[in-house]
Design a protein around this ligand. Structure first.
Ligand SMILES: C=CC1=C(C)c2cc3[nH]c(cc4nc(cc5[nH]c(cc1n2)c(C)c5CCC(=O)O)C(CCC(=O)O)=C4C)c(C)c3C=C
Ligand code: FES
Ligand SMILES: [Fe+2]
Length: 424
């Protein structure tokens, strides 16, 4: 099976002689023979389910809060081998690609008001969720809110230092929940954040003389790794769609086409077995079920970057095609991100909807500060705290095409005792 980078067509001179990641050549068989894929991993966790205080850590990609931060944001993003595998020279090529792309993306952030609102929304959502959790889950209270972004402030490392300052870990133990803010799991998004968290945990938690992390005083992590069909999430999406449908005359309302739009994935990632496309489709189906299939609908994919093949049909092409055919009443529904970002505010609002040039083409609100959504976050977290499991069963399985030692080790750590031996 060949796994092509989404940037496979980056000019040769930028790639140098680098092949793709050295990790690709590491087969599961060789990991087993080297003792890396055994039933009892060297670093696992115990005693998940202890009482509060509980750190609730929202994980997401983050975004630049000002246009000055765009280059740093893109530089971290293009240096992430879990998102864009560029091989051994990644840390050299990544920043070069980032610098070239910066002016274009800076202009987009300038056009949506000068920066991404993701930090503001994430901090608000997490704080509000913790207030609800303190009431509905007193046994794990107090719940303390933290945000850990992959490519922008506050970075995972900053969050970890904050945990230490607040009395978690570093010999004092304590419990933390890594709560992904991507409802649908992709190894390029949630997987990347978990790999980063695992890496920093190993670097930052207290080490014994033999180099191993001192388990007794380390933070006990558990993970909410996906929640694509949680009824609260589905309800929040459905209410926003209903509100937008109300803006159409009654006789036209049930003929409006709902176009669910999610960030696309390179076909190399889809063919590796990434769970994201199926989970996005599951969210769409659950929302349509809640709406009693009142309207015709399609799922389409946006924001592809670079020249390689990405999952389609593309959102922009879909809108233009339907409008051309006379279907001018369309509601776009961003379904894979819980707050506004350039993909909604720029790509959908300023590019797709403006180009469609038809008053019937509209967009459902993003979830942002929606109280139904914040209650859903609290319910997802409450379910997780009550179950006392380290992660979902799905987390214990790697993609069919995964050759990443990072993924393997990260799963061994977070899934801990849930692991069923060599399924990894
Ligand atoms: C569920 C959401 C997302 C998935 C899956 C995802 C995969 C993915 N993305 C890239 C490359 C880029 N993404 C960029 C920006 C960006 N990506 C998402 C979400 C997902 N990405 C968001 C919300 C944003 C915008 C952040 C904001 O603050 O608004 C960018 C940078 C922008 C640009 O240069 O166009 C890149 C590059 C890949 C390769 C990928 C899957 C492998
Ligand atoms: S790429 Fe999916 S588990 Fe590693
Ligand atoms: Fe992206």
């Amino acid at each position: 099976m060949a796994f092509r980078s989404p940037f496979a067509a980056v000019p040769r001179q930028l790639w140098g002689n680098a092949t793709t990641s050295t990790l690709r050549s590491t087969s599961l068989k060789s990991l087993v023979s080297r003792g890396l894929a055994t039933a009892v991993p060297p670093v696992t966790q115990n005693s998940v389910g202890s009482k509060g205080p509980t750190a609730m850590v929202f994980m997401n990609m983050g975004g630049p809060s000002t246009t000055d931060q765009v280059e740093d944001f893109l530089s971290r993003l293009f240096s992430d081998g879990d998102l864009i595998p560029l091989g051994r020279l990644q840390s050299y090529i990544g920043p070069i690609l980032a610098r070239r792309r910066t002016p274009k993306i800076q202009k987009q952030y300038a056009d949506i008001g000068g920066g991404s609102p993701i930090r503001k929304w994430s901090e608000y959502q997490c704080e509000e969720m913790c207030k609800i959790l303190d009431k509905i889950s007193p046994e794990t209270a107090p719940h303390k809110p933290y945000v850990a972004f992959r490519y922008a402030a506050p970075l995972t490392e900053t969050m970890y230092n904050q945990l230490f300052e607040d009395g978690f870990g570093n010999g004092k133990g304590g419990r933390a929940v890594a709560f992904t803010q991507y409802p649908q799991y992709s190894c390029s998004t949630t997987g990347s954040s978990l790999n980063e968290l695992w890496k920093l945990r190993n670097r930052m938690e207290g080490k014994r003389a033999d180099g191993e992390v001192d388990q007794a005083g380390a933070i006990q992590w558990s993970v909410i790794d996906r929640w694509p069909t949680h009824p609260g999430l589905v309800e929040a999406f459905a209410q926003n769609i209903e509100a937008q449908l109300q803006t159409y005359p009654e006789d036209k309302r049930d003929k409006v086409v709902l176009l669910f739009s999610a960030h696309s994935l390179p076909m190399s990632v889809v063919n590796r077995g990434d769970p994201y496309p199926a989970e996005v489709a599951a969210t769409v189906h659950a929302v349509m079920q809640r709406l009693k299939f009142s309207n015709p609908y399609r799922l389409c994919w946006q924001s592809q970057v670079g020249p390689s093949a990405w999952l389609g049909a593309q959102t922009q092409d879909t809108v233009m095609e339907y409008v051309k055919r006379g279907q001018t009443d369309l509601v776009l529904v961003p379904i894979a991100f819980t707050s506004d970002h350039i993909e909604t505010l720029y790509e959908l609002d300023l590019e797709v909807i403006e180009e469609a040039n038809s008053p019937g083409v509209k967009r459902a609100e993003s979830l942002n500060g929606n109280p139904t959504f914040i209650q859903a976050l609290a319910d997802v977290a409450h379910d997780h705290l009550q179950k006392g499991e380290p992660c979902s069963a799905q987390m214990t399985l790697r993609c069919q095409g995964c050759r990443s030692e990072r993924c393997l080790e990260q799963k061994k750590f977070f899934a801990g005792k849930r692991l069923s031996s060599l399924v990894l």
